[in-house]
Design a binder for this molecule. Structure first.
Ligand code: GLC
Length: 427
């Protein structure tokens, strides 16, 4: 009796286990047939939901691919460090990633980017803004797809400017005057916020003053960063804080995110930032909704205004084990539809030119029509595989000046010496 019962029990357990395993097997099989690709990108300032939704949509259109998204810190410098460390070690841990415009020559030279020429044929290249497309192409091949474009713009409180009878400033001097006047009449408000922390954002800001004063960093292969015009421009940036007092000292610790947050609370008159800040300022619950205007950045008298060309690309890790699936994902995320959606929601400005002419975009995003010109004329930072090393030099010299520990002349002389050393004669 006891033996029979234990045989029955064993048989029963066997059947139960068989069922369990077979259903497990089925699920595993389904999962195993899926390829998982890892997508890395920097933390979004706005709402992350639209991007997450797009990823889900891609997965439902491609049931055999799963996308694991992994978010890195927001600043370009931190992200760059992550990629350099991992790609130098030949990491296969991620497949698709977003790249800042300034890293592309460096990553191509290192062999870290998959050649994507076949997914961006010549007729498609023409649809993108020329600036980013030129950077995406190195030695006649395409290594990344322009995802969204950035250029510095001036945000201002249109309610306050009109209350005191001012129009948006055309020159930096006018900006100082307007800010000082309004600050006097509206105690407690900050004049002008910008990105002054020692990081890449500071370089983007300072170059805009340099270019807007007729200067540059490199000209015909020569390092001209210590020119008299540049000294004057950098001195002016310092004076915004230490002489005119329109910029608070704490700006020397500020990034895009922190300046936007203060401006969004209604606590400043002017702010220099990238175009995506607009969508944050115009949110339903924003205290400054409807009160903000934007314009091209001012320049110095007699010179044109230039914005720094920023923006991000989608690239594929050359060590990826899933290049085909990664290509599908890059195509999807850089497509017309995805770019348009991200522009309307997150505020990432499209790299595809035709989106700027569409009536719904023009209606809901008044910034867009103006931006087309700004983007077309935005100026790239020096395009070289050694850009990040040069930037480190500029970051520390510019920061020393704006924090008041070095004068512009010494800082720019030292920057020139270091940059010449880094580039040798090979620029
Ligand atoms: C933005 C720009 C990028 C730039 C960075 C600096 O993300 O798109 O090109 O390097 O700001 O903070």
């Amino acid at each position: 009796m006891g033996v029979k019962r234990s045989i029955e029990l064993t048989f029963f357990c066997f059947i139960v286990l068989l069922f369990a395993f077979s259903s497990c097997d089925k699920k595993d099989l389904e999962e195993n047939n899926k390829v998982t690709i890892v997508f890395k990108y920097g933390k979004l300032f706005g709402d992350p939901e639209p991007l997450e939704k797009l990823i889900k949509e891609f997965e439902s259109l491609n049931p055999d691919i799963r996308v694991k998204d992994e978010v890195l810190p927001a600043t370009t410098d931190e992200q760059h460090q992550f990629y350099v460390i991992n790609l130098e070690a030949g990491s296969k841990d991620f497949d698709v990633f977003s790249l800042d415009v300034i890293w592309i020559p460096e990553f191509v030279r290192a062999g870290w980017l998959r050649d994507l020429t076949h997914i961006v044929p010549p007729e498609l290249r023409k649809e993108f803004f020329q600036g980013p497309m030129e950077v995406a192409m190195q030695n006649g091949r395409v290594y990344a797809v322009p995802w969204y474009i950035d250029a510095g713009v001036l945000y201002y409180r249109k309610d306050l400017l009109s209350k005191y009878g001012f129009s948006p400033p055309r020159t930096w001097g006018e900006l100082v005057y307007i800010a000082s006047e309004i600050m006097r009449k509206e105690p407690g408000i900050y004049g002008f916020l910008w990105q002054g922390k020692q990081y890449e954002g500071l370089v983007c800001n300072v170059l805009e003053y340099i270019w807007g004063n007729g200067g540059s960093v490199v000209e015909n292969g020569k390092i001209v960063i210590d020119s008299p015009n540049n000294k004057q421009a950098l001195g002016f940036v310092r004076d915004l804080i230490h002489k005119y007092g329109v910029t608070p000292e704490f700006v020397t610790t500020m990034t895009e995110d922190s300046t936007t947050r203060i401006f969004a609370k209604g606590r400043a008159i002017f702010m220099r930032n990238w175009p995506y800040a607009w969508n944050i300022l115009e949110r339903e619950d924003s205290p400054v909704k409807g009160k903000v205007g934007f314009s091209m950045l001012p320049s110095f008298p007699g010179y044109s205004s230039f914005s720094t060309l920023g923006g991000w690309f989608l690239g594929i890790n050359n060590y990826s084990k899933h290049p085909r699936e990664s290509e599908k994902f890059v195509r999807f995320l850089s497509s017309y539809r995805a770019q348009k959606l991200l522009s309307l929601t997150v505020g990432y400005r499209p790299t595809l030119k035709r989106i700027y002419r569409e009536s719904d975009i023009v209606k809901t995003q008044p910034l867009i029509a103006h931006l087309y010109k700004v983007f077309e004329h935005a100026r790239p930072r020096p395009v070289t595989p050694f850009y990040m090393v040069i930037s480190q030099v500029m970051q520390s010299e510019f920061s020393a000046v704006i924090t008041g520990v070095r004068n512009p002349e010494d800082a720019l002389k030292s920057a020139k010496k270091h940059i010449e050393f880094i580039l040798g004669t090979g620029y």
